[in-house]
Design a protein around this ligand. Structure first.
Ligand code: FO1
Length: 321
């Protein structure tokens, strides 16, 4: 291995966490920092739930439920079943093991600890040594404008995503608190580090998972101006989303399911873009708007796939691998 590398990864939930795992296997703990979306966070049953942070931690700790991509492997549902029997709110599934995470996080936050410090403590307890940082210690909440039965309404992200299973027609996305939420100090320190070699935008949903990070005051401007390479990996594979409601959401926002749509969305902040082989025909057109375009196998089913995409991303950016 050559000299030390320094990489900052911006990450949402399931798809992003997979590449974060690959990067963590290729880079040392002092070479990688993962900044995670907290726009999906909410308070439910009195507990502070941070789905994307937990997805990243569980994935890196090797205890994520690989069927869903979120929650813990080998989970039991005694709490949920009992809650259901009592007529409690059971639309958001909290497994017994996962529940402990939310209880301990809520206790620490109530005692005055900041989310970043809580996240670091809990991830360390689960054996994760690479820094996992919430994008902010403050509250920036993703809300959606939807139309249901001819009526317009505003829903919190999890109400829309889980309770209503993304069924209402999506009209718009807002980030409540965006003007007052400060980027996490470690996030800013990494962005301003003169040794930083690369910023990776993981293959998460650009509109729901990455945009909240970019919406924090100053972040988009820093990315537009930085001399550090910024490389985004397209979450679209073969003109489709790997999983989940991305296709429906993009159609409702009037966007085509093409890698080009994502490239277009990121063009003012990235210097490089990696798309899947299956979308390779779009590479030439994307080169017109982003200087460097690479093609790779971006479907990450196995750990080896995740490591390989991480290696290809670093190599694409000219870093030693
Ligand atoms: N997603 C679901 O579709 N249904 C659930 O009941 C659910 C519970 C849940 C609990 C903890 C957690 O960390 C994530 C959970 N998710 C669930 C996933 C989550 O809503 C979304 O995947 C993310 O917010 C989008 O990145």
């Amino acid at each position: 291995m050559g000299s030390k590398r320094k990489v900052l990864a911006l990450c949402g939930g399931v798809g992003g966490a997979k590449l974060a795992l690959g990067l963590s296997r290729v880079l040392g703990d002092d070479e990688l920092c993962i900044v995670v979306n907290t726009g999906d966070d909410f308070t439910h049953l009195g507990l502070r739930i941070c789905p994307d942070i937990d997805t990243v931690i569980y994935t890196l700790a090797g205890c994520v439920d690989t069927n869903t991509g979120w929650g813990r492997a080998g989970e039991t549902g005694e709490f949920m079943a009992s809650l259901s029997t009592l007529g409690g709110e059971d639309w958001f599934y909290l497994g017994d093991k996962d529940l402990a995470m939310h209880v301990e996080r809520t206790r620490r936050l109530a005692a005055g600890e900041k989310l970043g410090s809580v996240t670091q403590a809990l991830s360390r307890k689960l054996g994760v040594s690479v820094p996992v940082i919430p994008m902010t210690d403050d509250t920036l909440a993703t809300q959606v404008e939807v139309e249901e039965d001819g009526k317009s309404m505003t829903l919190s992200f999890q109400d829309y995503f889980v309770r209503k299973r993304c069924e209402p027609k999506l009209k718009g996305i807002h980030f409540v608190g965006r003007d007052n939420a400060q980027p996490h100090s470690q996030f800013l320190a990494n962005l301003q580090d003169s040794d930083l070699d690369l910023i990776v935008i993981c293959p998460s949903n650009p509109f729901l998972s990455i945009d909240p990070i970019l919406a924090l005051p100053g972040i988009r401007g820093i990315l537009q101006k930085t001399a550090v390479p910024v490389v985004a990996i397209s979450p679209i594979i073969g003109g489709a989303a790997v999983k989940g409601p991305t296709a429906k959401i993009m159609a409702e926002l009037g966007l085509k399911m093409h890698a080009m749509t994502v490239a277009d969305y990121y063009q003012d902040i990235v210097s490089g873009f990696i798309l899947d082989r299956r979308d390779g025909a779009e590479a030439e057109a994307i080169r017109e708007i982003i200087p460097r375009v690479g093609v790779a196998q971006t479907l990450m089913q196995t750990v080896e796939d995740k490591i390989e995409l991480a290696r290809e991303t670093l190599d694409f950016a000219g870093l030693d691998v």
